[in-house]
Design a protein around this ligand. Structure first.
Ligand SMILES: Nc1ncnc2c1ncn2[C@@H]1O[C@H](COP(=O)(O)OP(=O)(O)OP(=O)(O)O)[C@@H](O)[C@H]1O
Length: 283
């Protein structure tokens, strides 16, 4: 099945279109494009314990709660519905769509953190998911979290030691004082997001997935992140970026997937897809 999808991409010319935008770095010396992620008719369903699907108003919901008749049952949320695409080495792909359209869920599935209900995800190399909520520990200092995050990404202690200064410098955490030795809970949300991005960006990734991180930093940091993403792509990786900030997507991505209600509505060059999205959402 994966071969069929690859054949189709080659026939559609989706591959060539993306190449024209991204330049030539995704091709080998022989000119073949190297796929890094293949999503083949992916369906993701969350199962949540709860009462039956209730119709009606907030008052009805409240009265159900007060009656304490919590009928046992499993609610299903079909968050991703039959998504198919092929990502290639050197591409930077934006994921857009309204709240709850399935962007984060799709990334988690690509990272192997969620099982697929139907369909399959094939990846070349280990995808790393860098979310704004990536699991660093709030009670630990920034310093400790750099080590923790590095280890969690599979870096050795030696590699972390070598790159420690770069990570801290890149994050800019210490620009306004010695914050790196303070617990992360004392950081603003922007500072925490910068540190997370800096830790993840310290490693060369096969597939790096970033959930909203760019939208949180200030403009100066966003510029630095964009430059680093370009470097990561040059080093043969594939970058996925989920963001509600169309400008971040335009500045960083050459291809965009637009999800709505779990379905892939559009997949194409950034300009085309963002234009259609802005037309639809009036943004
Ligand atoms: N852990 C979960 N359990 C149950 N349902 C979930 C869970 N996480 C997400 N969902 C549901 O799955 C759907 C897709 O959510 P998801 O977070 O992937 O959307 P998104 O496009 O990333 O949204 P946003 O732009 O708001 O971050 C939504 O209907 C959401 O309510």
């Amino acid at each position: 099945m994966a071969e069929q999808i690859l054949d189709k991409a080659a026939k559609d010319g989706t591959a060539d279109k993306a190449d024209a935008v991204s330049g030539t770095m995704s091709t080998t010396a022989a000119g073949a494009r190297i796929p890094t992620v293949i999503a083949d008719d992916v369906h993701i369903v969350y199962r949540v314990n709860g009462g039956p699907r209730g119709r009606g108003s907030a008052t009805a919901a409240l009265s159900r709660m007060l009656r304490r008749k919590n009928a046992p049952g499993m609610r299903e949320v079909h968050a991703v519905r039959g998504v198919t695409f092929v990502a290639y080495r050197g591409e930077s792909i934006g994921l857009i769509g309204s709240n709850g359209s399935g962007k984060s869920t799709l990334l988690k599935a690509v990272a192997g953190l969620l099982p697929t209900e139907r369909g399959k995800v094939y990846t070349d190399g280990q995808p790393s998911l860098l979310g704004v909520n990536a699991a660093l520990m709030n009670d630990l200092t920034g310093e400790r979290n750099v080590i923790l995050g590095g280890l969690a990404m599979g870096m050795s202690r030696e590699q972390i030691r070598e790159r420690y200064e770069d990570i801290v410098d890149f994050s800019g955490i210490n620009e306004k004082g010695d914050f790196i030795t303070l617990p992360m809970r004392t950081y603003s949300s922007g500072m925490a997001a910068r540190l997370r991005f800096s830790i993840a960006a310290a490693k060369d990734h096969d597939v790096l997935m970033i959930d909203e991180a760019l939208a949180t930093g200030d403009r100066k940091f966003q510029k630095r992140s964009e430059a680093r993403i370009r470097e990561l792509r040059k080093d043969a990786g594939t970058v996925f970026l989920v963001s509600h900030n169309n400008k971040s997507i335009r500045d960083t991505c050459d291809r965009v997937l637009w999800l709505e209600k779990g379905e892939l509505l559009m997949d194409g060059p950034t300009d085309e897809v963002i234009k259609a999205y802005e037309k639809e959402t009036g943004k």
